[in-house]
Design a protein around this ligand. Structure first.
Ligand code: NDP
Ligand code: 8X3
Length: 256
């Protein structure tokens, strides 16, 4: 299936996996709708996407936690951008790495509001149009963390376990329509993820990727584009991918 001229909406496109996904779809000649909160970073991604071959790019500022903002942003899209073909629900984050009983409740709220409720708000706004038009593909960012909980990460892992349930439930609810629903579940990917998790502490973030070769954002973007380019009758339910140095969310091989 070709993506040339298709409208691909990527949330959290200002960094990491979302930015790499935008560039990967750009190389396929797609038209890109890119959203995040940091417009300066989004502008850089948009420029790179145009250079990479995107047919057109439209950026807008969006905090997926804001239910009304999500609804209005989708409703108010310029007519030529309204018929979204592919939605990549990528915006997400982790905050903190600590025992549940000592956890920061603001961190919990932010993760659940973004990774679970934000994903739901965007999906609820975009999918009715896909059903009406009789075409579409929703690709959700899950994680190995959603399959196996790790110590000190219960709430992030729970948010990604919720993503699995939502992904599976949506796929069932789409039966009888041609809409496809895919979860892409990476292990460790080197992005701003750890910097965000540790509230900007670079030293702590760098330790996560020490003596290991993590996945790159492009590795994940390749999997996303692969799922989106299967023949129209093929629904990839789930793709799990890790670096060869990682077996699951708990088991790694570090070289020193
Ligand atoms: P990054 O921190 O590099 O990127 C996260 C993106 O999400 C940014 O573009 C950020 O944009 C956006 N975002 C965060 N909160 C919001 C919000 N409230 N509203 C809109 N956009 C938001 O991390 P990754 O690229 O690694 O993460 C992308 C997804 O991949 C997440 O869902 C994450 O859980 C998942 N994932 C990551 C893995 C990893 O090891 N890195 C592994 C498995 C899954 P801005 O701040 O500008 O709004
Ligand atoms: C991100 C991967 O293992 O750091 O979802 O939680 S992990």
């Amino acid at each position: 299936m070709t993506l040339k001229g298709k409208i691909v909406f990527v949330t959290g496109a200002s960094s990491g996996i979302g930015a790499a996904t935008a560039l990967a779809f750009a190389a396929e000649g797609a038209r890109l709708l890119l959203a995040a909160r940091r417009m300066d970073k989004l502008a850089t991604v948009a420029e790179a996407a145009l250079q990479r071959g995107a047919e057109a790019v439209h950026t807008f500022s969006l905090d997926v936690r804001n239910r009304n903002a999500v609804k209005h942003a989708i409703e108010k899209l310029p007519a030529e951008w309204a018929a979204i073909d592919v939605l990549v629900n990528n915006a997400g984050l982790s905050r903190g790495l600590e025992k549940l009983y000592q956890g920061n409740i603001d961190d919990w709220d932010e993760m659940i509001d973004t990774n679970v409720k934000g994903l739901l708000y965007v999906t609820r706004s975009v999918v009715p149009g896909m059903v009406e038009r009789g075409r579409g593909h929703v690709i959700n960012l899950g994680s190995v963390a959603g399959e196996m909980t790790y110590p000190n990460g219960a709430v992030y892992c729970a948010s990604k376990a919720a993503e699995h349930s939502i992904n599976d439930g949506l796929r069932m609810d789409m039966l009888g329509t041609p809409i496809r629903v895919t979860s892409v579940d990476p292990g460790m990917v080197e992005t701003e993820f750890s910097l965000v998790r540790f509230h900007g502490n670079q030293e702590q973030a760098a330790k996560v990727y020490k003596n290991i070769t993590p996945l790159t954002p492009k590795d994940v973007a390749d999997a996303i584009v692969w799922a989106a380019t299967r023949p129209e009758h093929v629904n990839i339910a789930r793709i799990g991918l890790t670096t060869v140095n990682q077996a699951n969310s708990l088991l790694f091989h570090r070289t020193a």
